[in-house]
Design a protein around this ligand. Structure first.
Ligand SMILES: Cc1cc2nc3c(=O)[nH]c(=O)nc-3n(C[C@H](O)[C@H](O)[C@H](O)COP(=O)(O)OP(=O)(O)OC[C@H]3O[C@@H](n4cnc5c(N)ncnc54)[C@H](O)[C@@H]3O)c2cc1C
Length: 412
């Protein structure tokens, strides 16, 4: 067993929290630095597919996930204009059987809370909040970051064997490895949560609803023990802005869905307020890790949300990084991490972009999509994701692998 390392993780989002847990459970001493002072997550839901839930289960979080989240029996795909059913994806018990781990939906705040509780229960993790990472200096035998408290004040230097940049889409640390900029995706995600009992009766089931139309789509699913429904509408946007939490005018959203089928229009008319997030894209960092600095999650490979994989890939990164470090030599371990994760992240990014095109198709392309979905049926659609959901950390450590590989199609 190699000596335990001293590791600093910058950013306590889903990726940073999971990395801290994986690394601490592997025996390393972890300092987790977060610039926010509180952990109140904005209201929104998250889908957590088996490739991620299996990692969280290995951290002892399966029961907490079951309590806080739910397992939709499937996805129902419909046309947003006509309301007719296009297809579906079978999940629930069938996803567990096929992939050996559940497909959860959960409120982001609930996931963040259960990860944070686990972090606080590990004596090997030191959590520093209200501190922003502002600089990095690497030497042959170590690495140091500078942190400043959120309200100004004196900076402090933290020495470590390894630094992990889990600092999100606009990562400061990414610039040390790859400075290709963030590009606006010219789309926005409008997100809201409504009580389930006011939702149109036909949409109150446990399934995830996916409504497709030219240039836009809507997803909804129950969260918070089924008492509320998370609604996300993706629409075109000319000019984006940075970050979360811009308030959206409900009438503007309704205007995008004037032609929607009455049930969907009713659902979209329910929220008094929407939070709007401009979507952005950026290539997978090249490299994702070098020397004593590694990136993970959105810092390394932001994902467009058309495959619901951003957080899931951050969780995969965290497990892989911990496995790679089992050998002890940091630069070698990070080279192995880069080799294991970069192709996977690029493949998922590509598939997410393709899914966006398929979801938003119109005319003849939409007809072809609908035909393929009908032909595949709910089990065929689920199995199409075998390469994605079947991922698990390699039993030997370093390289993640896919247990159930299936050819990659044009997306969905
Ligand atoms: C509409 C939408 C729906 C989505 N749905 C899903 C889904 O269903 N399933 C899924 O898997 N993914 C989904 N995602 C993607 C997912 O939300 C992100 O990929 C994921 O949260 C990224 O986690 P992260 O930890 O890498 O980054 P973040 O969550 O951005 O965390 C980064 C953290 O670093 C901190 N930080 C930043 N800079 C510094 C600094 N200099 N010093 C210290 N701290 C710093 C930040 O405050 C933050 O806490 C969705 C995204 C969108 C837009």
């Amino acid at each position: 067993m190699p000596d335990p390392l001293s590791i600093t993780v910058a950013g306590a989002g889903i990726g940073g929290l999971t990395a801290a847990l994986c690394l601490s459970d592997a025996g390393h001493a972890v300092t987790l630095v977060e610039r926010r002072t509180g952990f109140s997550e904005v209201g929104a839901g998250l889908q957590l597919s088996p490739n991620a839930s299996r990692v969280l289960a290995s951290l002892g979080l399966a029961a907490a996930l079951r309590r806080a989240g739910s397992e939709p029996p499937g996805v129902v795909v419909r046309s947003l204009k006509s309301g007719s059913r296009i297809g579906g994806v079978r999940l629930g018990e069938a996803a567990r059987e096929r992939y050996g781990a559940p497909y959860h939906v959960i409120h982001r705040a609930d996931l963040q809370t259960l990860l944070l509780d686990a972090v606080r229960s590990r004596p090997g993790i030191r959590l520093l909040v209200g501190r922003e990472v502002t600089g990095l200096a690497e030497r042959a035998d170590g690495i140091a970051i500078t942190v400043e408290s959120a309200g100004g004040g004196r900076g402090e230097t933290l020495e470590a064997d390894l630094v992990i940049g889990a600092d999100g889409l606009r990562s400061r640390l990414r610039g040390h490895l790859d400075d290709r900029p963030v590009a606006p995706a010219r789309m926005a995600a409008w997100r809201a949560i409504v009580p389930r009992d006011v939702v149109p009766e036909a949409l109150r089931g446990g399934e995830t609803g996916l409504w497709l139309g030219r240039g836009r789509h809507v997803v909804h699913y129950p969260i918070g023990n089924g008492e509320r429904v998370n609604v996300v509408a993706i629409v075109p946007e000319r000019q984006g802005d940075d970050g979360w939490g811009r308030l959206g005018e409900p009438a503007m959203l309704r205007a995008h869905f004037r032609d929607a089928t009455p049930e969907l229009a009713q659902l979209l008319g329910l929220p008094d307020s929407w939070l709007v997030w401009s979507l952005a894209d950026r290539p997978t960092a090249r490299p994702m890790a070098r020397g004593r600095l590694a990136l993970l999650g959105d810092a390394a490979h932001p994902m467009l949300p058309f495959l619901a994989q951003g957080a899931a890939l951050a969780v995969e990164d965290a497990a892989t990084l911990a496995a790679c470090l089992a050998g002890g030599d940091v630069p070698k371990a990070l080279a192995a991490y880069d080799a294991a994760r970069r192709p996977r992240a690029k493949r998922v990014q590509k598939a997410a972009r393709a899914n966006g095109r398929v979801y938003h198709a119109g005319g003849f392309a939409a007809l072809c999509r609908n035909l393929v979905m009908r032909r595949l049926g709910p089990d065929g659609m689920r199995d199409r994701y075998g390469w994605l959901y079947g991922w698990q950390p390699d039993g030997n450590g370093a390289h993640g692998r896919t247990r159930t590989d299936t050819p990659e199609g044009p997306g969905f």
